[in-house]
Design a protein around this ligand. Structure first.
Ligand code: UGA
Length: 443
């Protein structure tokens, strides 16, 4: 099939590369002409494991190309996937301007497509948007909604081996085309589900909202554990043994970030307001998540009695989660800014997200090695659970730090081991390990 993918952000690139890999002829359209050249060389503009390799293979096999020319992009298209961004605007609303502009372009070029092209809205959009897009396009076409469930860092696997594929359709042609397109990726317990368009749009928001809710819920329980002498590890284990609760997206920490959960929770709240059905749970989920990073930064300030002048703080992990260079809405940004405002010198290290982070918080010095960040630091703060931080050489850590203090925002180490090693160890929802102040070196 000839597929046009509009938008070469995260969703567009992964979608284009995976459909091309399955044998389709894919043209990706983006108005950013500067990007096109490097994309045609197989260079992804962000870090996603395996993506550049997959793009290169399909470009070489002439199944994947990138263009900024809509006339080329829509020529002979059977299917058009709209994958442009739907960011939150200044007023907290979902900004649909990019979607509207693509709809306008499609009306102009639809005569170049194959007969009755299928237009699929893959961008995350408030309920009703897919149909309102359809109402602005002139010509003969079918419309569908097809939300994505791709996790950054795991996107290729999520696309090729999805838990499910959800489609919202309103005619048989749309259903047949999507069945054919997704056939290589579904089956064997991976369902391809067809609903009406509004329900499909809602599945996306409701799924992200539910996952965000689990995270804020366990963070709230972690906070109760700390105040009441319980240990979240035990509480979580006890809860997760109930198969109705499950153990995924239930890790306490400094809260969720990224381009999806924060934005989508706000969008659900907005939908509630617009339809006079206030979303109380989602509002609390959002507030709890904001509170979590503020609380963690305060914990660091409290340790230093609110005076960080002359203190050097190392930060391990800057990305909003491991296996990505994305720092959008990352807790690390707010925490670093709080520490800088309090007078600290902050030295950050991240295996991938150093450039993206530095453009957000230029005052943080970036170390090129996780141990170099620790040199003469008064504490290390862990914001992202990268695998390389899971079993560091603790004797090296101890010898580099000016004081053996760890603030672990992702509960990476057992408290008992930290106690044995002699760290002053703060984590989330677990008893703080405090060593005798006289043992703190050089403080
Ligand atoms: C999320 C969803 O998982 C995808 O299914 C969805 O398609 C995507 O949003 C989207 O809407 O495009 P993503 O934002 O890449 O994917 O990242 P996640 O792996 O879901 O993590 C989100 C945040 O939750 C991260 O900051 C992570 O650190 C945090 N998290 C996750 C926790 O704090 N605790 C957990 O137990 C799990």
């Amino acid at each position: 099939m000839n597929i046009t993918v509009v938008g070469t952000g995260y969703v567009g690139l992964v979608t284009g590369a995976c459909f091309a890999n399955a044998g389709n002829k894919v043209t990706c359209l983006d108005s950013d002409s500067q990007k096109i050249e490097s994309l045609n060389r197989g260079e992804a503009p962000f870090f996603e494991p395996g993506l550049s390799e997959l793009m290169t293979r399909s470009i070489e096999a002439e199944r994947l190309q990138f263009t900024d020319n809509p006339a080329t992009a829509y020529e002979q298209a059977n299917v058009i996937f709209i994958c442009v961004g739907t960011p939150t605007d200044d007023g907290g609303k979902c900004d649909l301007s990019q979607i509207k502009s693509v709809a306008c372009d499609i009306s102009t070029y639809i005569h170049q497509c194959n007969d009755t092209p299928l237009i699929v809205v893959k961008s995350t959009v408030p309920v009703g948007t897919t149909q309102s897009v359809a109402s602005t396009i002139e010509g003969n076409f079918s419309i569908a909604n097809n939300p994505e469930f791709l996790r950054e860092g795991n996107a290729l696997d999520d696309f090729m081996r999805p838990d499910r594929v959800v489609c919202g359709v309103e005619d048989e042609h749309a259903q047949e085309v999507l069945q054919q397109l997704y056939a290589p990726f579904v089956g064997q317990g991976r369902p391809l589900l067809f609903f009406d368009i509004q329900s499909s749009e809602m599945v996306k928001y409701a799924s992200n909202a539910m996952l965000a809710c689990k995270i804020s819920f366990i963070n709230e329980i972690a906070s109760l554990c700390e105040r009441n002498g319980a240990d979240i590890d035990h509480v979580r284990t006890g809860m997760c043994a109930d198969s109705r609760i499950g153990n995924q997206f239930f890790n306490p920490g400094i809260g969720y970030g990224g381009s999806c959960f924060p934005k989508d929770t706000l969008a659900v709240m907005e939908m509630g307001e617009d339809t006079n059905a206030p979303c109380l749970v989602n509002t609390a989920v959002h507030e709890l998540n904001q509170r979590q990073r503020v609380w963690f930064a305060k914990r660091i300030l409290d340790h230093f009695e609110n005076n960080l002048t002359g203190k050097k703080i190392a930060m391990w992990g800057l990305a909003f989660k491991p296996r990505t260079d994305d720092v959008r809405d990352a807790p690390s940004i707010d925490i670093a800014k709080t520490l800088l405002d309090a007078g600290a010198e902050v030295i950050g290290f991240d295996p991938e997200a150093w450039e993206t982070f530095q453009s957000e918080v230029p005052d943080v010095t970036i170390a090129m090695d996780m141990y170099a960040a620790l040199d003469q630091a008064d504490a290390v703060v862990i914001c992202t659970e990268w695998a390389e931080f899971s079993a560091p050489d603790f004797s090296r850590v101890l010898s580099l730090l000016r004081a053996p203090v760890i603030f672990d925002g992702r509960n990476m180490y057992p408290c008992s081991e930290m106690e044995k090693l002699g760290f002053n160890y703060y984590s989330v929802g677990r008893p703080t390990v405090k060593i005798c102040p006289s043992l703190l070196i050089n403080t």
